[in-house]
Write a protein that binds this ligand. Sequence first.
Ligand code: SAH
Length: 377
Amino acid sequence: MLISELKNYQKSRWLKDFPKMSIYSLRIDQLEQYLVSIGEKSFRANQIFDWLYKKRVSAFNEMNNIPKKLQDKLSEEFEITTLNTLIKQESKDGTIKFLFELQDKYTIESVLMRNKYGNSLCVTTQVGCRIGCTFCASTLGGLKRNLESGEIVTQVLKVQQELDKTGERISSIVIMGIGEPFENYDEMMDFIRIVNSDKSFNIGARHITVSTSGIVPKIYDFANENIQINFAISLHAPTNELRSKIMPVNRAYNIDKLIEALKYYQNKTRRRITFEYGLMGLVNDQREHAEKLVEIIKDLNCHVNLIPINYVPERNYIRTSKKDIFAFEKILKNNNVNVTIRRTQGDDIDAACGQLRAKERAEEVKGGIPDASSIFV
Ligand code: SAH
């Protein structure tokens, strides 16, 4: 990032009241470019990343192999930001939900899931969401703002610092917290490149998953990124009529356009994709839905993840019965579709899929974009 670009970026940010950019928003190549543009050696970027991500300092003057003059310059332009942990809540199954406060007092949630095969962190990409899925809690207050990449990176940093206490490590990341990542595409991609770097958390691309509600134009961009990360699509219904009812985004990007974009993605990347299908009692969980689902995905190399819908008090959906879940699964299996049923984690602390909601304490301070069933007409 050249110094001129840095200035432009500062001007266009959401966090206008905070003039210094978070140093965690910089990819290592951007930091190198910045350093060169101010007459410094690019190798300093490695040293700075080491201080930030390995030694985890909280001030530039602790970076003692960096000349004082450069320390001062960095602290003029950047800030070593952090998140304020307001709540840390642990579930019976070991899942931990964090409520973090941002610089402008908005709050976001991140969820750490502990599995036999490692620790997986679910990160948030927006304060609220404007997509309006009718079963999801994150969209109830509309969208307040996008997160900057550094604000997504610091979720990983804060949780990793917690895990340091027990010698554990975050081994995978799912970009499935509050928000629609493909509506905050550039910051999301920067986040991925930062945590993927062996100079920071070194989370392998195959250990990162991003999920979208189906923002079709961005699927094409994503296909062209040349990165090996896992890709999930929230489908939830097999016909346009039903999907438009439960996911208003389908009115803008319908199933046909979605499947076409996914075929492009698959041709380009050769990677298997995952469809998330939340089973909602008597809404989308009948035999005819399973059969139709088989039909629409048949040309894709994919995997279907059935999610028993989680309870959201403001929403009317009920969970499909166990018997019906297995019946649905069986139809897919009989048609040679790869299918798994997702185990629910953290539902006793409202940390399961779709239960996250930004506690919008800064609501009065700034307006937001309302829940947007009306955006997608
Ligand atoms: N906006 C992105 C990522 C965040 S949601 C997306 O839509 O994919 C992560 C997953 O949780 C999505 O598949 C979403 O549809 C699902 N989800 C939302 N509310 C849910 C609920 N109440 N129960 C189960 N899954 C839910």
